[in-house]
Design a protein. Structure first.
Length: 197
């Protein structure tokens, strides 16, 4: 029973991710802010749909697992906008590591360690699976902002180079998606949704 109690405590705790709001807007729901739990679900499904574009073989089950847990740390650390001041990210990294240890630590062993290792693999983005997961985490906001006339890009005066750099994991890993990203960024600049630099 103690094992189950620990697992249920974790499940109850991650419900708090639904209260962490991002700057990405949900066009289909009167442009309200998206929460991190919705984002995690959306990119997990995106990865399943787009996996055929990966040049190297990916373990889609592992990728989906990474995507479902990657933002859980925001329960403690909060969410930073992708294009916030770079100096904020150094402090954020430490907060997220502490959050990962606490939240995944609610689980019994060996689950606790397995989830933590999976999160760390995603964060370091050194394996093909983690790089593909990161790429999905980056391409979906692009798709959402394009569908929403620039969305959070336009509001926050984001540059083409910033978005291109965020999506760099696609280069070489999924060339057709990388080509798509570049075409979309050209259109966004033409429409004035991104600052062309």
């Amino acid at each position: 029973m103690q094992k189950l109690d620990s697992q249920l405590a974790f499940i109850f705790e991650i419900d708090r991710l639904k209260a962490i709001y991002r700057r990405t807007m949900v066009k289909s729901d009167n442009n309200r802010q998206e929460n991190s739990a919705e984002h995690s679900w959306h990119i997990a499904l995106t990865a399943q749909v787009l996996q055929e574009y990966a040049e190297d073989e990916v373990d889609i089950n592992k990728v989906v697992s990474m995507l479902l847990i990657h933002d859980i740390v925001e329960i403690d650390a909060g969410d930073l906008f992708a294009f916030d001041d770079p100096q904020l990210f150094a402090a954020q990294e430490q907060k997220e590591i502490q959050a990962a240890e606490r939240i995944f630590g609610l689980l019994p062993q060996p689950q606790s360690q397995q989830f933590l290792q999976l999160w760390l693999e995603f964060e370091s983005a050194e394996t093909t699976d983690a790089r593909f997961a990161k790429a999905m985490d980056r391409i979906l906001p692009l798709v959402q902002n394009m569908a929403n006339q620039g969305g959070s890009w336009a509001i926050n005066k984001v540059t083409r180079q910033q978005v291109l750099q965020r999506n760099i994991y696609l280069q070489g890993l999924a060339p057709k998606l990388w080509e798509y990203v570049n075409q979309q960024l050209d259109q966004a600049c033409e429409k004035g949704w991104l600052i062309d630099n």
